[in-house]
Write a new protein. Sequence first.
Length: 239
Amino acid sequence: MRLEKYLADCGIGTRSQCKTYIRQGLIKVDGAVIKNGAIKVRGTEKISFQDKSISLQKNLYFMFHKPAGCICATKDEDGKTVLDYFPSSLAGKLLIAGRLDKDTEGLLFLTDNGAFIHQLMSPKKHVEKTYYFEAAGRLLEDAVQRVAEGIDIGDELPTKPGKLQNIQTIGQEAFSGLLTIKEGRYHQVKRMIKTLGGKVFYLKRISIGGINLDEALSPGEYRPLTEEELQMLGTGSVK
Ligand code: URA
């Protein structure tokens, strides 16, 4: 694999940070400074960063089915956090990839690899996240079109084009649907649906970057991400 990707997989930084380290001459392969990140390495070489030997670590990657009622933080004085669902030996190592509101359920990734989180959650990466929602009210007729074009939800910029689909009515005064977005602004789904005529009363994230929440996981359960899922998320896996 390319040297710059190998370095990122070792966890020393994002791909672009690694390119900078290479340009700065901080990386040696078998004792020689290498300034070309495109060279191929097999992992059998002696590779160092600032003269400290580095190697592929075994990282931890989990898919978690977040239940409603817990928060995405490491500590909460009063209530439960997502880390309370993991044994303390793991919880101490894990970082939460992105945030879901306390009352939102669904797919969350946890890992000890900060570069993975950056890759997945940075707005620049445009990773698709799909939410199932139920909302009170009546959806504007042109809602699908508006979401596709991007809508003003009171921020400096309109939302990036998204996808609204599978709209179903629930009785006279409520509706459900799937909303796919490529950003992760504060309360984004709730604010978008509000702009389109509804008040969300149930929200569940069902996929990130093409990885669906495993239906075998009940709320509060987790499992390791598979090699295939990691490849899909573009980690080039380092399990
Ligand atoms: N959008 C929201 O409004 N809340 C979430 O938890 C996630 C996305």
